[in-house]
Design a protein around this ligand. Sequence first.
Ligand code: HEM
Length: 376
Amino acid sequence: MFHSPQLQAWCVTGYDDIAAILRNDDDFSARDHKPRPLTDLPPDVQEMLSTWSGESVSLGEMDPPEHTRVRSVINAGFTPRALKAAEADIRAAAAQLLEPLTCVSEFDLITEFALPYALTVILRFLGIPDAHHQACLRWSDHKVQLMVGRDHTPEQLREYATGLRAFGEFARELTAQRLSAPRADLISTMLYESSHGHKLTPDEVAALIPTLIITGHTTLAQALAIIVRSQLRSPGGWPTLVDGTVPISDLVEESLRLDCPVVGMYRTTVREVAVAGSVLPAGSRVLLLYGAGNHDPDRYPGPDRCLPGRWPAPPHLAFGRGTHYCVGASLARTELRIALEELAARFPTLSATPEATPLYRPTFPLRALTALRVRP
Ligand code: HEM
């Protein structure tokens, strides 16, 4: 563990220390879990953001028992049965996007497949028509830029905040529509599900929709890009995926361990507590570096080597752990498996174009490659 003045946080890097913090909801709160904006927001932008409503129910920031109430209702939408029912739709989304790419000589895997695929899947899972795709993509980017972007002009910040307000309004309208006419989708489940006596109000459901859209596609697209890139770069990597020598599920887990899209998340100490051999006072911010924990040599010997199916090994931290364990982890695993199967079936000789240096969006701790050009 070390202190970063720039991040104003204690950075925790060891697997066991991170896992112990994630088990301990009594001493650590998630209330300030997100990165703080890097840019000072003008007062009018702050005012706009305080009323956009998309964060009035911020699942990631809640602590039990409030978190338990909201999470148990959302969980009801992600049962194995719901995921099984969505599989055909997910495969159709992949096929629809990949088919036109079989006729081109080169394409960008991120903008032409990974991002639209991940967004289409989460929108359909929520029950949102594809026609809203572009708007949701734009609003999601506004949110990411406001959260972790830098060097924006006040005009850009205003444009992003205006976008978020439109996102909030859009979510409220959808919720109202499902209230009057429920369907078999996640929005309806969240509105009508009552789990262990817990229910969500329509305002709460509306507030959760942007979060699910944003978290549901940005991380997934990144994970897919990482897996494909690492297979294309390792000699003989792609053919082993195509011929099934390496099981896709093992490859997905090992790739997420090696290079996880969410590099870390914050927690705050609620009382004086020992962490990694030091005593931190109440109110200390700790950054749990999931990416570092996933490379802890005490847990993963040869941590930088890609060994799909490595055993014995503890579960990686790419989806977090404990109370805030990623609600979409099973959906994400299904999406990644199907995307890789569909890519392998259509592009058995896929190769990467020579790249100078991989380009990443300058955002931390949400890593994102911005381009990955490939040749069918
Ligand atoms: C490979 C793709 C994904 C990765 C790497 C990922 C990663 C994570 C991580 C690390 C956390 C825990 C954050 C913390 O500890 O504070 C998390 C939470 C969360 N994820 Fe994911 N995620 C992925 C896909 C998804 C999908 C598809 C959805 C949408 C359904 C989703 C929705 C969420 C939500 C709502 C939370 C907050 C859960 C809570 O606080 O109870 N994620 N994710």
